[in-house]
Design a protein around this ligand. Sequence first.
Ligand SMILES: [Zn+2]
Length: 272
Amino acid sequence: MREITISNGELKNIISEIKSVAQLFYQRGWAESNAGNLSVNVTSVLENEKPENIQEVENFSLTKTYKHIANQYFIMSGSGIRFRDIAAEALNNTVLIKIAEDGKSYFYIVNNGADFAKIKPTSELPTHLAIHDFIQKEKRNEKVVIHTHVNELIALSHNKAFKNSNKLTQLLHSMHPEVVINVPKGIGFLSYMLPGTEHIADATVDLLHKHNLIFWEKHGIFAVGHTPLECFDKIDIISKAAKIYLICKMYGFEPEGIDEQHILELKRFFSV
Ligand SMILES: [Zn+2]
């Protein structure tokens, strides 16, 4: 196991939170094999306290220009890496990258050749970068993007009745008050597309105008938030709602659901 030589306290805390959520996703059964990936914008963390002797090494072209995240730093899960491996050893299984000044390529960042691994970032790099670019363009302050395969939601997306943002949100809101309070904007639904492409990245970003949780049909969810644990909590809450629906169906009845009036009452009372 490599020793963590990073002295930046804030960065250490982020790495420790990444390890915690990777473990939680794996324990929930939402991160089979190498499923799932994550990225954290750590630009402000590094600006506050620049680690010693950091170097930009190697340079990899991007197929698109990400001008709003030029010169910014990201921790990314590595390609083909298991979440359970990140939980055990975050630094060996993540990579720290810097987007070049022109937004058209990225560098690996190393600290005396130690700390973060020099491994290829996740195959969903186009979606992670497109989301971070959008966040900066819109001057929003979310830092974290996480993708994972939530069984209960994947199951629901095999049902034609829930294959749009409104219907899926209505269902999840009607299963438990906490969903309305914690995920008031609901969930954006993206019809099936080939993963790992700029096409799915652009379609995901389109849904970010309205939602912080975006579901890829028959595949999994993308959560955008301020911290890794916030992303986990939101996913956990909506997965519980989906599970309640599925448990009712398993018991052989259609759930009654919280009615629209009560959902509106919750939104008003909690000002969400
Ligand atoms: Zn996936």
